[in-house]
Design a binder for this molecule. Structure first.
Ligand code: AMP
Ligand code: MG
Length: 342
């Protein structure tokens, strides 16, 4: 079975073609046109600008994909939420149009679910249902920080989420405070690793001891803001590295503690992370080390599948095959789409 994935929920226009044969995934094509350089000048994503570029990007991408949709595609999977409404509609309408012209069934995809399933693109053993579930699925991205208990494919119970900023949003805002470029996550990650000593100060770990599985990152960001504003030392590169390291330590502590507590409480067999922030090497190392002690296996997507991409949309189509419909043209984009509770 060959599935064409289409993604445009934020500032990445992406197309991918995957082939699934007896639970073996072949990534046949994977194209992403990122707008990072365009939005850098604004220090964040401007929705109208993003939408305009999606509209301009998709046809050249389709040409570059260079496939015969009539013969090379069985199904089309397209993101319909959550995300920026103006961005979502561009990919969704492309999906509907291709589905109509080539008479291929269309499957609407939840972008958050796709970040979770991005792990199935690489870790073949996850197809072994008995060994995989129950799973703790953690999405850490620019727009979301959520922990789900997943008892089976498509069965989600939201255990906790951020009550304010998403973790990626905190990374990007802290980078702005420290006069670093956009997006801030990868830059803070790199600078933090270059600081090899113990920082001379600590930032607070908001909500680390609350009994729920919620997070708060806005207060942490504000602590960085005030400390940086009142800083008496010379604001040189070394000091920026120290701030990055202290910030990342706080993020790792909070994420790891909550994830481990949820994993123990719900007695999960595996932990799966996904989303742009799951590319972070400090977070990967910390959570892998902490969970190893519990004998729970932790999975991360390949780095290329952590950010928004269409391969994860295509594989999520495979797990939602029951939703495939011909003439599925009534789907509308939903910027606040949630994963169905069970
Ligand atoms: P997404 O929302 O899934 O598209 O991911 C984008 C978010 O991931 C942005 O907030 C980035 O700053 C963040 N991000 C990407 N790479 C890293 C990294 N290595 N460390 C921390 N955050 C990252
Ligand atoms: Mg995303």
């Amino acid at each position: 079975m060959k599935i064409l994935g289409i993604e445009s929920s934020c500032d990445e226009s992406a197309l991918s073609l995957i082939e699934i044969d007896k639970n073996r995934i072949k990534l046949l094509k994977n194209l992403i046109s990122s707008q990072v350089e365009i939005h850098k000048q604004f220090g964040g994503i401007v929705p109208e600008v993003a939408a305009r570029h999606h509209a301009e990007n998709f046809f050249p991408l389709l040409k570059e994909l260079d496939i015969n949709i009539k013969t090379d595609v069985d199904l089309i999977a397209v993101t319909y939420g959550p995300g920026l409404i103006t961005s979502l509609v561009i990919g969704l309408e492309l999906g509907k149009t291709l589905s109509y012209i080539y008479k291929k069934p269309l499957i609407p995809i939840n972008h958050i679910e796709a970040h979770i399933y991005s792990n199935w693109l690489t870790h073949n053993e996850l197809f072994d249902k008995k060994k995989t579930f129950p799973v703790l699925a953690v999405v850490i991205s620019g727009g979301h920080t959520q922990i789900f208990l997943m008892k089976n494919y498509g069965k989600y119970k939201l255990l906790g989420e951020t009550v304010d900023d998403a973790v990626g949003e905190a990374y990007d805002k802290v980078a702005k405070i420290l006069n670093l470029s956009y997006p801030g996550g990868p830059i803070i990650n790199k600078l933090s690793l270059e600081f090899t000593e113990k920082p001379s100060f600590e930032f607070p770990r908001p909500m680390i001891n609350t009994k729920d599985f919620n997070f708060s990152f806005s207060g942490l960001k504000t602590s960085v803001l005030y400390k940086w504003r009142d800083e008496k030392r010379e604001k040189n590169q070394e000091l920026i590295k120290e701030y990055c390291n202290a910030f990342e330590n706080a993020v790792c502590d909070v994420l790891s503690k909550k994830i481990i507590r949820a994993a123990k409480k719900y007695n999960v067999k595996n932990i799966i992370l996904g989303g742009g922030v799951s590319a972070n090497s400090s977070i990967r190392n910390r959570i892998s080390n902490d969970t190893q002690k519990l004998n729970i296996k932790t999975y991360f997507p390949e780095i290329k599948h952590t950010g928004d991409n269409a391969a994860m949309i295509a594989i999520t189509g495979y797990f939602n095959i029951n939703k495939k419909k011909k003439n599925n043209f009534k789907i509308t984009a939903d910027p606040n789409l949630k994963l169905p509770a069970c």
